[in-house]
Ligand binder design. Structure first.
Ligand code: ZN
Length: 257
């Protein structure tokens, strides 16, 4: 059994299993005995995996973005600051940025790998943001600590989603391994994520597959309650109270171009 050090907490990690990725590469998966992080060997196949950054099997892309916009609008409105500037980090085609601007939150877009289709004119600039969102991004990181370091240079708070490990080492039919597209290379337990937050001196608030790392101290009961109520229409109240930026953005873009 091969031993290497955990990329997050440096503890001993050993081979959990091997599986074919992209239907051709035999890839080793390692498991950390301390923080529970499960990760692939050095992912030499990524260039191939990202030929299409948004993969063909992602039929949930719209439903997911709409769902996230409901949760995030409630949390920002009641817990953070409804008029601050936000950044959707690794924001893909710009769907989430546009949705949040339509509700009335001043969101910007950033992505190193995908073309901005829907949030053009709202690209990230050199400033700090009140909060970063990063949905379905952490499982793509080859070195999570380095990536989080880049993110905390932009903001004190990161609100993100990833599907956490349902058990120590899930069976190979676990859908989130996504062996077929090869883009998922990091899998976390709640403890792994908490370990990362602690390394950056941040507080850690977990919900179901939804996480907030922040330098701020937030009432976790309030946060949990809001998360719950966002599933029962509280986002509609927020939407009614916010002023949509759809029209103002249109005017701004007409002036610029
Ligand atoms: Zn570890």
């Amino acid at each position: 059994m091969e031993q290497i050090n955990c990329k997050i907490c440096n503890s001993e990690s050993s081979t959990a299993f091997e599986h074919k990725v992209l239907n051709k590469y035999d890839v080793k998966y390692f498991k950390c005995s301390s923080c529970g992080y499960l990760f692939t060997e050095n992912p030499y196949w990524l260039n191939e995996a990202y030929k299409n950054p948004i993969n063909i099997s992602d039929t949930g892309i719209m439903a997911r973005n709409i769902y996230f916009s409901k949760i995030v609008s409630v949390i920002l409105y009641f817990c953070i600051d409804k008029s601050a500037k936000y950044l959707d980090y690794a924001g893909g085609y710009g769907i989430f940025t546009r949705l949040m601007r339509d509700i009335g939150f001043n969101f910007y877009w950033h992505d190193d790998f995908t073309t901005n289709l829907l949030a053009r004119g709202f690209e990230k600039s050199n400033e700090r943001y009140e909060l970063l969102t990063a949905f379905e991004v952490f499982e793509h990181f080859s070195n999570p600590v380095e990536e989080v370091k880049k993110m905390v240079e932009l903001s004190d708070s990161i609100l993100f989603s990833t599907v956490t490990l349902p058990e120590d080492v899930p069976a190979k039919d676990w859908w989130y391994y996504a062996f077929e597209h090869g883009q998922h290379i990091s899998f976390y337990s709640e403890k792994t994520l908490r370990t990362i937050a602690e390394q950056f001196g941040m507080n850690f608030y977990p919900f179901k597959n939804f996480f907030l790392m922040t330098g701020k101290k937030i009432n976790s009961i309030k946060l949990r309650l809001l998360f719950l109520l966002a599933h029962f229409g509280l986002n509609l109240f927020v939407r009614a109270r916010m002023k949509s930026l759809t029209e103002a953005d249109n005017k701004k873009m007409l002036k610029l171009h």
